[in-house]
Ligand binder design. Structure first.
Ligand code: AMP
Ligand code: MG
Length: 483
């Protein structure tokens, strides 16, 4: 009924990796947002689910047909420190088989306590769950691999944080919730059979080609590192700052997951940090590539026994694979940066050209998104920008570079507009929409925001309301964890 086709391959892993955990019912489930387009893509029946019965399912009050709820166990390095964790407030209902043959996790976030809740209440507040929905759906529209958000349902119950907040449950869809921390969990238990089972499972689910490699675990590691390199390059080139790149928040699938204190940068500054808990700037914009590599090093450590019997050989393999990350990241970054600059050919100095633009942006605190948007305009950047001596000098260099290509300006503009979003989730807009929804029950700003974020590359119809950063007089933006 309703299109559910749930399977449970993860539950077939050794007991170390999961515990049964049923959602705890809530008082009064009401849809705040339902994502019908995603429901259709999942093969779900929108008419049957956009109902009180559907809200009951997405709140955890009723289980969909074939559900077998569990909480996943994992460990993680949080701000550099190793801890045992697990789903403390998330419950996996199962893996939905979609009409196009994919297998995706259906998970309720904020559905009550699990065996891994420690001192937490297992609940989530409405604001942060809406924030995850807004940003994840914006990332998807930007073409960046990400978990998706199917629904946010309010619970009719308060959650106690610094103040009492309205509670909510988010339904999260992801290629899987396997994390670097899942492998660290297996390794920490010194259970080679469990680690082996996890590696086999991950290969089957995400990297079947690795099974035929001379050392499957190494091929798996390489594939994971390649996806991370591609992903982080994409984050950097839209100015996305994840905020909590702990190893438990890095998905093996290469999707962006666990949207907590994330935000998009306005003025270009590599040191930008938004998260109120990131005092050292560990997860600042410029640190995201090296942190991804650091996290991959933790993954390599966990996998070490599977790289080779001889530890010295295993370490050699791991180091070689880790070193390739930097080259991979640079490759993805430069390829996409060429797209942003409208370059169809490759020249040795392209990276320097891009760095020069970034240096000018940093010096003048230029808006990241709007600078590239201005470059993509059919009639070129506005006169005001060209009047800036620093920019004019760079612009002349860029024009000279473009003159060495055969491309037609009109085509080039169209291509650049597909690489440079006109709309991103501006922090003040996200904040205003969440406040209206969570504090005043007014969903109109949220709906306008979601509509604008759904077509970020439509330069011809940019709603002015969503195109500009907050005025520079505004206080530095701070984000808080959704816990
Ligand atoms: P996060 O920072 O959201 O990635 O969460 C880190 C860990 O804390 C994960 O194991 C979560 O499941 C757990 N956690 C976060 N919030 C809660 C909560 N309200 N109740 C129980 N566990 C939580
Ligand atoms: Mg997490």
């Amino acid at each position: 009924m309703s299109g559910w086709r749930l399977e449970h391959t993860y539950a077939g892993l050794p007991a170390l990796f999961h515990s049964p955990a049923a959602p705890t019912p809530v008082r009064d489930p009401q849809f705040v947002v339902f994502n019908p387009a995603l429901a259709v893509a999942l093969g779900l029946d929108v008419t049957a689910l956009d109902t009180p019965a559907g809200a009951a399912i997405f709140a955890g009050n009723a289980l969909p047909d074939g559900a077998r709820p569990l909480a996943q166990a994992y460990a993680g390095h949080q701000f550099g420190h190793f801890t045992g964790l697990g789903d403390g407030r998330a419950i996996l209902l199962g893996e939905q088989l979609t009409p196009d043959g994919a297998r995706v996790d259906v998970q309720l976030k904020g559905a009550g306590q699990t065996p891994y809740s420690r001192r937490g209440d297992g609940r989530a507040a409405l604001g942060p769950m809406l924030r995850e929905l807004v940003i994840s759906e914006a990332m998807h529209a930007l073409g960046i691999p990400t978990s998706r958000s199917l629904a946010v349902v309010s619970t009719g119950e308060p959650v106690q944080r610094e103040r009492a907040l309205p509670g909510a449950v988010l339904t999260r869809i992801a290629a899987s919730h396997l994390r670097v921390g899942t492998f660290e969990w297996a390794a920490a238990h010194r259970d080679p059979a469990a680690l082996g089972a996890l590696v086999d499972y991950t290969i089957r689910r995400h990297d079947p080609a690795a099974a035929d490699a001379p050392v499957p675990a190494l091929a798996l590691f390489d594939a994971i590192a390649e996806r991370q390199a591609a992903l982080i390059a994409r984050w950097q080139l839209v100015g996305f700052i994840h905020g909590v790149m702990n190893t438990d928040n890095m998905a093996i699938s290469g999707e962006t997951i666990d949207y907590g204190p994330c935000a998009f940068m306005d003025a270009y500054d590599p040191d930008t940090v938004f998260s109120s808990i990131d005092h050292q700037g560990r997860y600042a914009y410029a640190n995201q590539p090296p942190i991804a590599q650091w996290n991959l090093a933790r993954l390599a450590e966990a996998l070490l026994p599977m790289f080779a019997d001889d530890q010295a050989v295993a370490i050699e393999h791991a180091n070689a694979a880790l070193e390739r990350f930097t080259t991979r990241f640079r490759h993805h970054w430069l390829t996409r940066m060429r797209g942003k600059l409208g370059l169809a050919t490759e020249e040795d100095d392209d990276a320097a050209l891009a760095e020069a633009l970034l240096a000018w942006m940093h010096a003048t605190r230029a808006d990241f998104t709007n600078t590239f948007r201005a470059l993509s305009a059919p009639d070129g950047p506005p006169a005001a920008l060209l009047g800036e001596p620093g920019f004019a000098a760079w612009h002349a260099q860029w024009q000279a570079r473009l003159a060495r290509e055969a491309s037609v300006p009109g085509e080039r503009t169209a291509r650049m507009q597909r690489h440079n979003p006109a709309v991103i989730p501006r922090n003040h807009k996200v904040e205003a929409a969440l406040t209206a929804a969570a504090d005043h029950g007014d969903l109109a700003p949220l709906e306008r925001l979601l509509a604008a974020l759904a077509t970020p590359f439509d330069h011809a119809r940019v709603p002015v309301e969503f195109a500009e950063p907050a005025d520079s007089g505004a206080r530095p933006y701070r984000t808080f964890c959704g816990t």
